[in-house]
Design a protein around this ligand. Structure first.
Ligand code: TXA
Ligand code: MG
Length: 350
């Protein structure tokens, strides 16, 4: 199969072309404000099976259904009052709501669960595609399973060339990490994946606090029961082993620079994911600043493309500076720790 990449500003009718593919039961990669999605008709089990095949995704990991209006959620889910409040506040946007599913949603989408995850994305191309298709679109991130999520059309092409017929190129994603996933089928609501919409933002709307499982920042014990199947799969992994170093910024930078030099003497190339505050402390060939420690959302936006750049450089090892997992730092640290397979070193002030 040849994979076509269509810039939405360059070619006539790319959205129509993509919508026709969706209606025919094929897959299309498209931009959202979070990451690129790999979409198919959510109501067609055969089309949904093509998503799992193209990604190499385990069948027990359910998909998010994307809609173009809050009202469209009613057709596929039983929408509780808390969900309505959150839709009003944060849709369209990077918030996915897990609700009791209606009959019409195939088991292939929900991996047999009695709930379905629904989101209304904010990206105009995503909204146009859903509207033009005339069906809700099931879409996971458009990466090969286990790889960092794609935040540009070029990332999608790297993973999916020859496996899908079309990629709509809408430029780089503005949020850069996947949506917040919140289970509102329970009371209190449970955070299943942190994202740009923070627990504090949710709590403000609901007037009550959100349950945050410990698994957000820790590896699950072997055989543990999970509420969201996505929590138990390997995620976002770059090709080289990644270690997160936590502690006071100066001590962290000192530790990582020592590793860079030690590795270099052994002929091992080392990549560093630094912060704006400490990037000047490193002397190495593959140092990327993700942004300021005081701007975790900016760091989150840069993370996945930085992991992919490390892959392209072919580094042997990667070290990343950890930041505080409080507030807006939670989503960033959740992704970084998963990418590292929870390999963490704590250092102390000298
Ligand atoms: O930002 C996003 O959410 C992107 C864009 C494309 O919209 N999509 C995305 O999809 O990240 P995916 O498949 O990579 O992640 C979906 C997550 C998984 O962790 C999955 O386990 C969880 O949502 N999920 C889906 N349905 C669920 C359900 N019924 N119950 C619990 N978790 C669910
Ligand atoms: Mg994903």
């Amino acid at each position: 199969m040849e994979t076509e990449v269509l810039g939405i500003e360059m070619v006539d009718g790319p959205i129509e072309r993509a919508a026709a593919l969706i209606r025919e039961g094929m897959t299309v990669a498209f931009p959202t404000e979070t990451v690129y999605g790999l979409g198919a008709n959510a109501l067609d089990p055969g089309a949904v099976a093509r998503i799992f095949a193209a990604k190499g995704r385990p069948a027990d990991n359910p998909l998010i259904v994307h809609v173009a209006e809050p009202e469209e959620a009613e057709a596929i889910a039983i929408v509780p009052p808390a969900a309505r409040l959150l839709m009003k506040a944060y849709w369209p946007g990077p918030l996915t709501l897990v609700m009791r599913k209606k009959e019409i949603v195939p088991d292939a989408v929900t991996a047999g669960l009695d709930t379905v995850a629904v989101r209304m994305p904010a990206h105009p191309v995503a909204l146009m595609l859903i509207r033009a298709s005339g069906v809700p679109i099931a879409a996971p991130s458009a990466n090969r399973s286990g790889r960092p999520s794609p935040t540009t059309a070029a990332h999608v092409l790297t993973d999916m060339a020859g496996r899908i017929p079309l990629i709509l190129d809408g430029g780089p994603c503005s949020v850069g990490i996947e949506s917040t996933v919140l289970d509102v089928s329970r009371n209190p609501a449970v955070l299943l994946r942190p994202g740009d919409v923070t627990p504090a933002m949710i709590g403000k709307v609901l007037g009550s606090s959100v349950e945050i499982p410990a698994a957000m920042l820790r590896a699950l014990p072997e055989g543990a029961a999970v509420r969201s199947p996505g929590l138990k799969h390997t995620h976002y992994a770059p090709r080289a082993p990644l270690t997160v170093v936590m502690g006071p910024p100066g001590a962290v930078a000192f530790h990582i620079q020592s590793r860079v030099e030690e590795n270099s003497r052994k002929g091992i190339s080392t990549g560093v994911l630094a912060t704006a505050e400490t990037v000047g402390r490193y002397d190495g060939d593959y140092v990327i600043s993700l942004g300021s420690r005081s701007e975790p959302r900016q760091m989150a936006r840069s993370l996945f493309s930085a992991l992919r750049r490390m892959d392209e450089q072919g580094v042997d090892r990667i070290y990343a500076e950890g930041i505080s997992p409080e507030g807006e730092g939670l989503a960033f640290m959740n992704r970084l720790l998963r990418a590292a397979g929870f390999t963490v070193i704590d250092v102390e002030a000298p």
